[in-house]
Design a protein around this ligand. Structure first.
Ligand SMILES: *Cc1c(COP(=O)(O)O)cnc(C)c1O
Ligand SMILES: [Zn+2]
Length: 403
């Protein structure tokens, strides 16, 4: 295990920089960097067996559903790791949701059941570990709330200061409260997430380590969600893997996981990735429709699903690569569809914040349109816990009470 280098994600460039390079984009061509895993010489069968055995181990690193797959993570010493035993997420069968979508083989993996209630924890355990290794004193991110809460929790455990840039009024009270509870220093930015990210990126203090999803170490942690899923499925890939798309870091991470697992002989055939955006924040949909070579920014992104209210997604090229590699689909759904699907998830006893429900809404569409066979085996990733945004639940309930 060990990417000692980061490499440009643009296939034709391949520029390498050291692991502690602080630029986040390629110094030659400006595209995003990515970590290069070095899994060693174990065969596919040996890896499967090793990862399965670790499930019964009580050693600290093995109890994390991220670090259990450390052959594919950046090398570090066990005592350097900052973990909250994240990533041990069950796979749940869809019941009413399956009927709603018209799917016969529908499964949910709810990454909102992580320690701080969103998938961001999978990336933060790796990236905060790296921040401390590199001697950072302050970690910082722009966030619609979940990244802030997650970063603050891991930073506190690592004894780092957490500075969070939030769009004023753009994060739910629950997410803000969490970040404060974990000791974050909030900076409120007039505007939306894209504005907050711009303010953050203009910070030049060398002691600050940036933890937005362009951070390649976050991507490494997030990619283990697919490794974990495959272990749960006894290494039989589903037909489709569905997730919401915002800044597209998670789409990039899942695509990278699928490529690496396929190369290792651990994922055959390759599942198709389905990225679902909110219609008011559908930059990737527009980009693919216009040919895929120029990002089509949405200047005033709108949606009730605040976690994906992003108009200028930074990882769009990596997301397109993931769509191409997997023969994937990108689509959008409107807020009414999102809120309807969210309610059905609640009736299945699962629950989620609005952004997660894009997946169920999207699947329903694709089956109704005949683009996905009702018999297909589908795994939908849910990304944030229902308690992350209780306002959206009460508003929806208020509407139906009044009706
Ligand atoms: C961050 C987040 C997303 C979007 O993920 P990206 O990697 O930005 O595409 C979706 N849902 C929830 C709940 C999130 O917190
Ligand atoms: Zn490059």
């Amino acid at each position: 295990m060990s990417p000692s280098v980061l490499r440009c994600s643009e296939a034709g460039c391949g520029t390498e920089v050291p692991r502690d390079y602080r630029g986040y984009s390629c110094p030659v061509c400006g595209n995003l960097l990515q970590a290069v895993p070095n899994p060693g010489r174990l065969s596919a069968e040996e890896l499967k067996q090793l990862w399965r055995e670790r499930r019964t181990s009580n050693a600290l690193l093995d109890t994390s559903g991220v670090w259990r797959f450390r052959e594919y993570l950046p090398e570090c010493q066990a005592d350097e790791v900052v973990t909250l035993a994240e990533g041990n997420i069950p796979l749940l069968a869809g019941i009413k949701t399956a009927v709603y979508a018209g799917a016969r083989d529908l499964w949910f993996k709810h990454l909102g059941w992580n320690p701080t209630g969103s998938f961001k924890d999978l990336g933060m355990t790796v990236a905060v570990t790296e921040a401390r290794r590199q001697g950072a004193e302050i970690v910082a991110c722009a966030s619609t709330g979940n990244t802030a809460a997650s970063m603050a929790a891991y930073a506190s455990r690592a004894n780092l200061r957490a500075r969070v840039y939030l769009p004023k009024g753009g994060a739910s009270m629950q997410k803000l409260a969490q970040a404060l509870d974990f000791g974050a220093e909030p900076h409120y930015v007039d505007g939306n997430f894209d504005d907050a990210l711009r303010v953050l990126m203009a910070e030049t203090d060398a002691g600050i380590y940036f933890l937005n999803s362009i951070n390649p170490f976050r991507i490494e942690g997030q990619k283990t969600a697919i490794f974990h899923l495959m272990d749960q499925l006894d290494w039989r890939p589903p037909d489709y893997i569905v997730l919401p798309g915002g800044n597209l870091g998670n789409s990039a991470a899942f695509g990278k996981a699928i490529e690496e697992l396929a190369a290792a002989g651990l994922m055959n055939p390759v599942p198709r990735l389905v990225i679902v955006q909110a219609r008011g924040s559908n930059a990737l949909v527009r980009t693919v429709e216009s040919g895929g070579s120029e990002l089509q920014v949405v200047t005033d992104p709108q949606t009730m699903a605040t976690a994906i209210r992003i108009g200028n997604p930074r990882s769009w090229k990596k997301a397109i690569r993931a769509l191409r590699f997997t023969g994937g689909i990108v689509m959008d759904v409107d807020d009414d569809e999102i809120m309807a699907a969210k309610q059905v998830l609640g009736r299945d006893g699962i629950g989620s914040e609005p952004a997660s429900a894009t997946t169920l809404a999207g699947i329903r569409h694709l089956i109704a349109d005949g683009r996905i066979n009702p018999e297909a085996r589908i795994v939908a990733f849910l990304t944030g816990h229902a308690l992350k945004d209780t306002d959206s639940i009460l508003k929806a309930a208020g509407r139906s009470d009044a009706a």
